[in-house]
Design a protein around this ligand. Structure first.
Ligand code: C5P
Length: 231
């Protein structure tokens, strides 16, 4: 099966602080979103890569892209306009891909730049066998749920924290998006695919594959990158 990776960089939020969305901020001199491009390309250079980006940031991206090392600029990528929320961005990415029935599609948040080769390999491999692969890690924190103006403890046993990349058979993902109610709120693709009746296979995630959300995450991500990727 062909491999198609959709890297979601369509958010315009600045929860992480700073003036531009976090996915454009440089980590060790490389824009955050590009680390994911590198990870997919390094594992399999024939992977077709789509980056989904809000058109308001195309000019900024031109500037950042021009600063990438030449070897990086040789990696072919397709740029697609982001949608009004995450799932519309995925939909836009899917629309640019032909013959989805012959492809496995990985959907990955650009906000997770610490994507390792091992995790990419595991997700492609398991999805190739089972039709889907969703990396998860066990919850390690104690949990409480806000309830009636107070909070109540929650049992963390059996709770899994879900990561990306999430890989699916292209025909499953296409069908799940075709059948989705456009106002239904799904925070990831596994929820949507499962709601459409397809099996979701969970695999081991990677604790280092953090989602960069708040300012402190940049410090953690940089330190992890120095340690893990030894750049
Ligand atoms: O906001 P949050 O961090 O949950 O977003 C998850 C991912 O979805 C991010 O990589 C963000 O850039 C992407 N996104 C998108 N299009 C949107 C909103 C979010 O591609 N409209």
């Amino acid at each position: 099966m062909r491999r198609e990776a959709i890297i979601l960089a369509g958010g315009s939020g600045t929860r992480a602080g700073g003036e531009m969305p976090k996915q454009f901020v440089e980590l060790l001199g490389i824009p955050m979103l590009w680390w994911s491009v590198r990870a997919f390309h390094a594992y399999d250079p024939s992977t077709a890569i789509t980056i989904v980006m809000h058109p308001g940031f195309f000019d900024l991206w031109d500037i950042l892209y021009a600063r990438l090392p030449e070897t990086d600029r040789r990696i072919p990528v397709r740029l697609v306009c982001g949608g009004r929320d995450r799932s519309h961005s995925v939909e836009n990415g899917l629309m640019g891909i032909e013959n989805l029935q012959d492809a496995l599609v990985a959907v990955h948040d650009a906000a997770r730049p610490l994507l390792s080769r091992d995790l990419v390999a595991r997700c492609w491999e398991i999805a190739g066998q089972k039709g889907s692969a969703v990396p998860c890690c066990p919850e390690v924190n104690s949990l409480r749920r806000v309830s009636d103006g107070g909070t109540v403890p929650m049992d963390r046993d059996g709770i899994l924290v879900v990561q990306t990349p999430q890989v699916f058979r292209g025909d499953w993902l296409e069908d799940a998006y075709r059948r989705r109610q456009s106002d239904a709120a799904f925070t990831d693709d596994a929820s949507l695919v499962q709601a459409a009746g397809y099996p979701v296979t969970v695999c081991d995630g990677d604790p280092a594959n953090i989602k960069v959300t708040t300012p402190v995450d940049f410090t953690i991500a940089t330190a992890l990158m120095q340690a893990v990727f030894k750049h």
